[in-house]
Write a protein that binds this ligand. Structure first.
Ligand code: DON
Length: 465
């Protein structure tokens, strides 16, 4: 038997190709001609990429055509400004309310702040915040480019023709910068700010890049390709929030209801969309609708969302059961190291030790259900062993709840032991540090867990209850 040289396209690839082809029909929309250089592209270019777990990227159609990032840069520069200046300082200068207006509207709120960082006024202000930290435009741009590259997982570069074209034609954006200066909101020199803003808009990307940048946001700030953290988790949360409410401008409400993915579009024809925790999408097609969003890009995102069930509020899955099973330690065929006297005492008492097997990713709601079950069955055990061997990840709040629950059990005359073979609760090597604090009851083998639980039974017998 001869095996085919290649397995051919995967099911997912064929499926993405099908969505791409179904959206490639028609030639609705128009090229953005207010930046002359943007009309020099092939109007039929159409690429679609998806970055999934482990940084794998599916690339369909013109996924490697370079185009300028334009407004898809806005969430990134906002992220950089938040990282440099902190949330309070940025929030004093840029709002987070959807404007319901066009991207280039000259609009500010009652405090004369741009309404959000996704419209031009807010994005120009974000760029000015970078210049407050680094007044040299070349250096500020170099830093910005490095950050965009860290999100995309490769070195990016500038399209000088588009940049120069924007510099020659950007009267409206200049007007916005000077208006913000006159309000006292923009403090860096307006000309430098506009220069930096036009450079950021003229960074060349492909849909593969947008998908990986989206994947980095989906992944809480860690680039799924390089494994390196590009931005902080709290910054990602903020950026995704404003992308959800303001990313698609005056089309934002329609977008959230029909596509339901935090996203950002650009007049270069790109759209980046994010399914938090799962994947990033990049689409490119330069014919734009009246909002400045890519016509084919919007329709591909609608198809992807509905056909693949990607809407963030698509609640079809039952919440995963966190407690997989529970049983008495009697069922464990494990010998512990005991004196004959201890062994005599412990004989028949393993049924006072209850093992709870937890599974999946532990977050607040899963942990809450574990704690509720522990409380409800507390009269039937003296020591609970929480078996974390099937837990993949645990967030900070659940970690604190877990450690707190064993402390609570102790306070009520019982005990809790955490069996954590893969160090998901307390990272390996963490000693005498924050991570270990209050986590004395975390052990790495079931024998240790059982020994610790039996020690507690022996202690309880000594103490007057
Ligand atoms: O500021 C501008 O007008 C462009 N450089 C970017 C605008 C943009 O991409 C709006 N997005 N749909």
């Amino acid at each position: 038997m001869t095996l085919p040289a290649s397995l051919g396209p995967s099911l997912v690839e064929s499926y993405l190709q099908f969505i791409h082809d179904s959206c490639a029909v028609g030639e609705q929309g128009a090229l953005a001609d207010y930046i002359p250089e943007l009309t020099r592209v092939d109007p039929n270019g159409f690429g679609l990429s998806m970055a999934v777990h482990e940084g794998h990227v599916y690339s369909i159609g013109d996924a490697r055509i370079g185009f300028t990032i334009q407004s898809v840069s806005k969430p990134l520069t906002y992220a950089l400004a938040l990282t440099h200046k902190g949330f309070t300082a940025v929030d004093e200068r840029i709002g987070v309310e959807p404007s319901g207006e066009a991207f280039n509207e000259i609009s500010v709120d009652s405090q004369r702040r741009p309404r959000n960082p996704m419209i031009n006024a807010g994005a120009i202000l974000s760029a000015s915040l970078l210049l407050e930290a680094q007044p040299d435009v070349d250096k500020a741009f170099a830093e910005l480019l490095e950050f965009y590259g860290a999100c995309a997982g490769r070195k990016l570069s500038l399209d000088t023709e588009v940049y120069e074209s924007e510099m020659r034609s950007g009267a409206r954006n200049r007007a916005i910068a000077f208006m913000l200066q006159s309000f006292g909101t923009l403090k860096a020199p307006p000309e430098d700010t506009i220069d930096l803003y036009f450079r950021q808009c003229s960074v060349i990307v492909t849909t593969d890049d947008l998908a990986v940048i989206g994947g980095t946001l989906a992944n809480g700030g860690v680039n799924p390709r390089t494994g390196r953290r590009a931005l902080g988790q709290n910054v990602v949360q903020r950026v995704l929030s404003v992308m959800t409410t303001c990313g698609m401008y005056d089309g934002a409400g329609d977008w959230v209801t029909s596509v339901g993915l935090p996203a950002k579009s650009g007049v270069g024809g790109g759209i980046m969309a994010v399914l938090p925790g799962q994947l990033g999408i990049g689409v490119y097609s330069p014919l734009l609708d009246e909002h400045g969003n890519s016509v084919r890009g919007v329709s591909a995102c609608k198809r992807l969302s509905s056909d693949l069930g990607l809407h963030i509020f698509n609640v079809t899955r039952e919440s995963r059961v966190t407690v997989r099973s529970h049983y008495d330690a009697e069922e464990l065929d494990i010998e512990t190291d005991r004196t004959p006297e201890e062994r005599r005492f412990l004989n028949g008492k393993r049924n006072r030790i209850r093992v709870y097997e937890l599974q999946g990713d532990l977050t607040f709601s899963g942990m809450e259900s574990v704690l509720r079950r522990l409380r409800a069955s507390a009269s039937s055990f003296d020591v609970a062993i929480l078996d974390m061997s099937r837990v993949d990840q645990i967030d900070e709040v659940s970690r604190a709840m877990l450690v707190g629950s064993s402390q609570n059990l102790r306070a009520s005359g019982r005990d809790g032991v955490i069996f954590d073979p893969d160090s998901v609760v307390v990272q390996k090597g963490a000693h005498a540090s924050e991570a270990r604090r209050g986590a004395e009851s975390v052990v790495q083998t079931m024998t240790e867990a059982l020994t610790r639980a039996e020690d507690s039974l022996l202690e309880m017998a000594k103490e007057p209850s």
